[in-house]
Design a protein. Structure first.
Length: 334
């Protein structure tokens, strides 16, 4: 008699278990069309996660998700982050993914010659950090001291490369990784060669950053390095346009006569010697060029034409002025 009374309950529970199993093992309709991205915030409980996944359309049933977590015993082991949910994933697959912590990787390219401001805009476009937060962190005295960086910011100390960042990383963590990669490129041999040239790490990166921004063609880096070394030895101003662009915040844009005359520490038309710090991220080639300038006596260079950004190099003012005249003529003919 007692068994007969319990039978409907057993059948009901069995049916419910079967339904939950079907819901947990069958992909949601939205995932049959293609993959989706979901973001799980930190400190979210399993009920909140289930609700978030349900609203995103990646699970068929919140109850099946919670029941699956309970059966797997991973309710407290689901990790926050941004996840790529693959096409055809079941609730069980999603539970395994959240338990593994295999969060979505954002590929961020920081190319040679890029500035912190340019990096900040890229990170903001990827929704990894606000541009303002990146710029402020890079200039933070606390972070600069922790990383042993001279100068007013981390400019020039971020190695140009492709990085994999995940949403939830702090700005400090991302910038620290980039500085550490630059430190790895500054081998003991590189540092010894810099000392032989009378350069500190800060000065090396400063000179290399200017070479990087001036040399459109990497084959010209050692020639441009030679021009700057020859000018430094003669106590001539470097007269490097990229330093003025950096000073007046005109990245890669044409300068005016007023810009060239601005009394800014980074204006190498006005101030002799190296500027206070790097103006961009130099690559290995530019760093090598700074330490191994070409054996030439050039003191000047200018673009060959408005269409050819390679340079004509000169040893005399007269030759340089003639090259400048040809360049200006090519611009008027466009």
């Amino acid at each position: 008699m007692r068994l007969r009374r319990l039978l409907p309950v057993i059948v009901l529970l069995g049916g419910l278990a079967g339904l939950l199993a079907w819901l947990a093992l069958t992909p949601a309709p939205a995932l049959e069309a293609g993959p989706l991205v979901v973001e799980i915030p930190a400190h979210e409980g399993i009920l909140g996660i289930a609700d978030r996944l349900g609203r995103a359309g990646v699970i068929r049933s919140r109850a099946a998700f919670v029941a699956g977590g309970a059966v797997r015993g991973n309710m407290r082991r689901l990790k926050a982050g941004e996840y790529d949910i693959p096409r055809g994933a079941t609730t069980v697959d999603i539970l395994e993914l959240l338990e593994s912590g295999r969060v979505r990787q954002h590929m961020v390219l920081h190319p040679e010659g890029a500035t912190i401001s340019e990096l900040a805009r890229v990170l903001e476009s990827e929704r990894l950090a606000s541009a303002d937060d990146v710029v402020k962190a890079a200039a933070s005295e606390r972070l600069r001291q922790a990383l042993g960086v001279e100068g007013p910011s981390l400019e020039g100390y971020l190695f140009p490369d492709t990085y994999q960042f995940v949403r939830g990383m702090s700005v400090d963590e991302m910038l620290t990784r980039m500085v550490q990669r630059m430190r790895g490129k500054l081998t003991p041999e590189v540092l010894e060669r810099a000392r032989e040239h009378g350069l500190s790490v800060h000065q090396l990166l400063t000179l290399a950053s200017i070479i990087e921004r001036e040399a459109v063609d990497p084959a010209e880096q050692k020639l441009i390095s030679a021009v700057f070394w020859n000018r430094l030895r003669r106590d001539m101003p470097l007269q490097a346009d990229p330093t003025v662009q950096y000073a007046v915040a005109k990245e890669r844009r044409a300068l005016t006569r007023a810009d060239l005359a601005s009394d800014h520490p980074y204006n190498t038309y006005v101030h002799r010697g190296l500027p206070p710090g790097p103006i961009a991220s130099p690559g290995v080639g530019a760093i090598e060029a700074a330490l191994d300038p070409a054996p030439v006596k050039y003191l000047y260079f200018v673009a060959r034409s408005a269409e050819d950004r390679r340079h004509h190099f000169s040893t005399s003012v007269a030759e340089h002025n003639a090259a400048v005249a040809r360049y200006r003529l090519s611009r008027r003919q466009l």
